[in-house]
Write a protein of this length. Sequence first.
Length: 256
Amino acid sequence: MKIKTKVVGYCGLAGFMVIILGGYVRNLLSTPQLEFFPLHPQDTWTYQVQRPAAGVSFPMTVTVKGEQYIEPLHTYGQLVEESHLIPLVIQGEPTPRPQEYAFPVAYYVHEGFVHRNMSLSYLNGHLVDSDLGSAETQFLPLFLHAGTDWESYLNAYETDDRLFGQGGRHRHHAVREDTLIEVPAGYFRDCLRVETEAVSISTATSSKKSHQQDVKLYYLDWYAPHVGLVKSVQQDKAAGGTEISRMELVAYHVQP
């Protein structure tokens, strides 16, 4: 499955009237099992995330909790939990201490696309809005295949007063990968490679916005059929650029 390494913040949301319209419509709007993005309950993926410039490497485990009503979004969706074991530098200690961070992410379907919301957190065991405004509309098309082009909008974060915020439009193009993709979890054939050009801009309304430069980054994401995301690379140029981060699949358990 696709979880890009935009750790700074993992997009406007439209709720479905599923409660009013009943269970039939709820089932119609449920997140389907996609060939390149399966989300069965208890499916798990473990990735190794690397950031060469920062000298940081840490594991990330993704677990599907299942479909449920996402109260903060007022809609049904698939709840996924991302668990990051990030090295934390503590003053006085010779080596960084691994610190676990868990982030709930909701995926839901609307108008032919899978959308995701990362602006969630747990409070006393209940899902609540974290007020970060982190979401991505049109994250993946329902019918993803070679030759598919689409745009998504990622809102990395935005405060309620809009004094601080970062977001941008991403252009995606999917192509069939002709070579085997090798990662620690094994070899994968018949992958789709999604090439993304991402432009990040300030969404703040403050006067400082005009002094901030747009940031353009490029992503290569490989999806294996019936497995999901197996590899993701972030770089500063479309070809031959400096690698900023890399994420590779180490282990997985996906229902057939």
